[in-house]
Design a protein around this ligand. Structure first.
Ligand SMILES: NC(=O)c1ccc[n+]([C@@H]2O[C@H](COP(=O)([O-])OP(=O)(O)OC[C@H]3O[C@@H](n4cnc5c(N)ncnc54)[C@H](OP(=O)(O)O)[C@@H]3O)[C@@H](O)[C@H]2O)c1
Length: 388
């Protein structure tokens, strides 16, 4: 079992850091001696067996505050932090940073000899995902649209992991031509493919159409990953056991699927505001239908919500929103943990067609469970992407 309850102390704006082992043990001992406690806000924190990770450049200070807060709380001296800073620190820790966490350091899983593709891996969740796969010895292909950013990411991953088998190949999901060119390249040059991670995604674009005459957000988030996956299926089948992971979002709850209008631009502001959610709902329905079609094939496919993650996806937000997002949301590293869990863990080797969040299977909206809709969507999409 490698999923632990983790308490993250997250100081946004700073780089991720592991706590030195001696400090970690001292805190674990102090906390484990109590076996768990209720925080002031009614959040149950299970500390037994927990892993603590400090995400802060002010880590020592924060550790002391956390320990003091806990001691004060338990001794009844204080149920609320004594200053705004403490309140903020504790509230953010308890409310936003208690995660199930795939302990990538503890999980002794190697990927030597395996090949993985991660789309949109020059930044954010995709970058952290690709880096971890490379760290474990996989040959990793970064499928990205921006050459300069992708080469930089590639070099960073090579330097940080020591794995030189990390490559960039151009893929622009706003163009079916590019998807075909990428797939042809992979099919011609890669003898196998064990992990395909459809991570790339975009939000809040304008209502424009792509060169394929499709709404851009729908094409990048759904139509092109659908096409890409189907084109790469022969190689995935040849390389079993293999895994396909689709990044969806909890936003799918706000989504809907209108099969007659799915390839048309939004007609008004309200429709446009739902395109991202629609595309993320399609990702889940796609995963469900794909899993049925791949039964007994040796390929599993699952999808996930990575959490609310402070990443470039919010680059178009105003400065205040971006500040709040940085303060409150998960880091990209944290956001990558569920993807990594699905890509690596033996626990999910035979699980397929499911939706995960925080490294656990999670509930979806009613629409996302509609297998009839999933089949209809598949048939409609096949025509739109010209697979049929
Ligand atoms: N962040 C969150 O809170 C959150 C929540 C739920 C789900 N998600 C999902 O998680 C996934 C990763 O997002 P993120 O938060 O890591 O965002 P991000 O930092 O913006 O990364 C998105 C990646 O997708 C790439 N991309 C965008 N348009 C593309 C295109 N036309 N062709 C190829 N690649 C393209 C981006 O490339 P460029 O750098 O060139 O733009 C980037 O590499 C997305 O599917 C997103 O919908 C995120």
């Amino acid at each position: 079992m490698v999923v632990n309850q983790v308490v993250f102390f997250h100081f946004p704006g700073s780089t991720d850091m592991d706590m030195p082992p001696s400090l970690l043990h001292s805190i674990q001992n102090q906390m484990q001696s109590k076996g768990g406690y209720e925080a002031a806000y009614g959040v149950k924190i299970r500390v037994k067996g927990a892993v603590f990770k400090i995400l802060s450049d002010a880590k020592a200070d924060l550790v002391h505050r956390q320990v003091n807060f806990k001691r004060d709380f338990e001794s009844g001296e204080s149920t609320l932090a004594s200053s705004f800073t403490d309140l903020w620190t504790n509230a953010t820790s308890y409310f936003f940073s208690i995660l199930s966490y795939y302990d990538t350091d503890e999980a002794d899983i190697r990927l030597d000899g395996k090949v993985a593709i991660v789309t949109g891996s020059n930044t954010g969740i995709g970058f952290e995902t690709a880096k971890e796969l490379a760290k474990r010895g996989a040959r990793v292909i970064l499928a990205c649209r921006d050459e300069a950013k992708a080469i930089l990411a590639c070099n960073n991953i090579r330097n940080e992991t020591g794995n030189s088998d990390v490559f960039y190949k151009p893929l622009d999901l706003a163009s079916f031509k590019s998807v075909h060119a990428f797939s042809n390249d992979i099919l011609a040059n890669e003898p196998k493919l064990n992990i395909l991670i459809n991570n790339a995604g975009t939000g809040k674009l304008d209502n424009s159409l792509t060169e394929d005459n499709l709404p851009i957000e729908m094409q990048v988030n759904y139509f092109s990953p659908f096409l890409l996956t189907n084109l790469l299926l022969p190689l995935l089948k040849k390389s079993t056991p293999s895994r396909i992971i689709n990044i969806s979002s909890v936003m799918h709850y706000f989504g809907t699927v209108d099969l007659k209008a799915i390839n048309k631009p939004a007609r008004n502001w309200f429709q446009h505001s739902r395109v991202y959610s629609n595309s993320k709902l399609c990702n889940i329905l796609f995963t469900k239908e794909l899993s049925c079609r791949l039964e007994e094939s040796g390929i599993t496919t699952n999808c996930l919500h990575p959490g609310a993650v402070s990443s470039d996806i919010f680059r178009n937000q105003n400065a205040i929103n971006r500040f709040l997002i940085r303060m409150l949301f998960k880091s990209s590293w944290q956001g990558a943990q569920t993807t990594l869990y699905l890509a690596l863990s033996p626990e999910v080797a035979c699980i397929t067609g499911k939706y995960f969040s925080d490294c656990k299977e999670s509930k979806t909206s009613k629409l996302a469970q509609d297998l009839h809709l999933a089949r209809k969507l598949w048939e409609t999409t096949e025509h739109i992407v010209r697979l049929k």
